[in-house]
Design a protein around this ligand. Structure first.
Ligand SMILES: Cc1cc2nc3c(=O)[nH]c(=O)nc-3n(C[C@H](O)[C@H](O)[C@H](O)COP(=O)(O)OP(=O)(O)OC[C@H]3O[C@@H](n4cnc5c(N)ncnc54)[C@H](O)[C@@H]3O)c2cc1C
Length: 427
């Protein structure tokens, strides 16, 4: 498909939640005022938040959690380039790419008028000593299937630890209202511990008392707020889970257990960990990045020094915690901003305020889930926690709606979910 070179060229880097969402929002608000090209190494979207649930319910996430990206993009006349992104030249306004359908392709430079950096973060398991030999996780299909295989065939009923390594957040350009997080995203470890306990129980292989949740922070999932976490920990404690906080980080994993950087250690036959969410190496050192490599933006997701550079999702420095739900909110901001620049939205519409919110629905096993809605991390006063069948059903329904609508969740989707859970379920 040829591009119209006379129109402003918007290039979106990354095609998972934030990349696809931003490209669609730009099309929604800017209409045909620009050409949009999305560059991504794989031709599918990976629905990461439901990977643990799928694995514990016996489905292979590689079969059930991949959504065709090309047909979704074609519906909105968004060009797709399958390539590995190698670097950016911010002054020359170019992206360096290598097509990756067949090995052997040379490097190409791709120019842009606007670039949206939606490349997520790398999950740095390779920084954890002993992970390959002794560690497990569920953040992708490979590791989820490897974990289920271990549980089915090798697990002997010994102690289990579940938790996160220390997250390194940048400081450059960070607003005062955004606190320092010691872990990037702690909904997943809570979810994994709960659903794993159910999985073990069903097979008479163990239960909550065998599992210790650990966190580098004072409080696990601290971005959900003290009230929510207090209730979560009370519920988990009454089920029999063990809990260890302020471990600082993971020193190494061994056959016998886990060692923390604060000097403590725990015996563990099974170690399920989430690592540091680290920016991609080629983003570090760019004039638009903070000192670790996350992209610095204002509340409009625009870099203050390079107004043609936007970022959303996990790659953006403002996205803390690293949650798909926050990336989703940011995509709308990006779409409005670019449409405003291109004269398709009024200033008021383009600059509509963004109010970040933590929204997280996690699986608990046995057809139940937990729902967290909080703004306290960002200085607000919302701290809602609900548990029961409805959050579980909504977690499944959200994925179903997302896939059926090519990644477009109707505007009433999130509000109706919030309203129904918060109104109909007791707190
Ligand atoms: C186990 C687990 C459970 C989670 N559960 C939830 C949940 O319940 N709710 C929630 O809101 N969030 C959840 N999250 C977080 C959520 O998955 C992320 O916040 C979300 O995926 C971020 O979206 P993104 O598009 O910014 O980045 P990503 O999803 O990481 O996508 C980045 C994209 O960029 C592409 N890319 C990267 N580098 C290159 C390159 N060099 N060249 C070409 N392409 C490249 C990648 O292939 C990828 O498609 C969970 C995370 C994990 C690990």
């Amino acid at each position: 498909m040829a591009t119209h070179k006379d129109k402003p060229q918007v290039v979106v880097l990354g095609g998972n939640f934030a990349g696809l969402g931003a490209a669609q929002k730009i099309r929604d608000y800017a209409g045909d005022a620009c050409e949009i090209t999305l560059i991504e190494r794989k031709a599918y979207l990976d629905f990461i938040p439901n990977i643990p649930l799928e694995a514990f319910e016996g489905r292979d996430p590689a079969v059930t959690m991949h959504m065709d990206l090309l047909s979704a993009l074609a519906k909105d006349n968004i060009h797709f380039v399958q390539a590995e992104i190698l670097g950016l030249d911010i002054d020359a306004k170019t992206v360096k790419i290598r097509p990756n359908e067949r090995p052997g392709a040379p490097e190409y430079a791709r120019g842009y008028d606007y670039v949206v950096i939606a490349l997520g973060a790398k999950l740095a398991y390779d920084d954890i000593e002993g992970f390959a030999e002794h560690g497990h996780t569920v953040s992708d299909a490979f590791h989820a299937n490897r974990l289920i295989d271990f549980l089915e065939n090798d697990y002997q009923g010994g102690p289990i630890v579940v938790g996160s390594d220390r997250f390194e957040q940048g400081h450059k350009g960070r607003p005062d209202w955004l606190p320092t997080a010691l872990a990037a995203c702690e909904g997943p470890p809570v979810e994994i511990a709960l659903s794993l306990a159910h999985w073990l129980g069903e097979r008479n292989k163990g239960g909550p008392k065998d599992i210790t949740l650990f966190t580098p922070a004072e409080l696990i999932a601290e971005d959900a707020g003290e009230k929510v976490v207090g209730k979560l920990l009370e519920a988990a404690g009454s089920m029999g889970f063990n809990y260890v906080n302020k471990v600082e980080g993971i020193k190494r994993l061994t056959k016998e257990g886990i060692e923390f950087t604060d000097g403590r250690s725990l015996p563990a036959e099974l170690k399920i960990v989430l690592p540091n969410w680290k920016p991609h190496d080629f983003l570090k050192g760019l004039s638009v990045s903070d000192e670790v490599g996350f992209i610095v933006t204002d509340m409009r997701m625009r870099n203050p020094d390079h107004p043609e550079v936007f970022s959303c999702g996990d790659a953006a420095a403002l996205t803390v915690p690293k949650l798909g739900a926050i990336g989703h909110q940011e995509c709308d901001v990006v779409g409005r901003q670019i449409a405003g620049d291109l004269g398709r939205l009024s200033e008021a519409e383009a600059n509509k305020e963004w109010h970040p919110e933590v929204i997280c629905i996690g699986d608990m096993g046995g057809g139940k889930g937990f729902y967290i809605h909080a703004t306290s991390w960002f200085g607000g006063d919302i701290q809602e926690l609900r548990m029961g069948k409805m959050p579980y059903m909504q977690k499944l329904a959200y994925k179903e709606i997302f896939f059926r609508n090519n990644g477009r969740v109707p505007s009433w989707g999130v509000p109706i979910s919030e309203w129904s859970i918060e109104t109909l379920l007791p707190s």
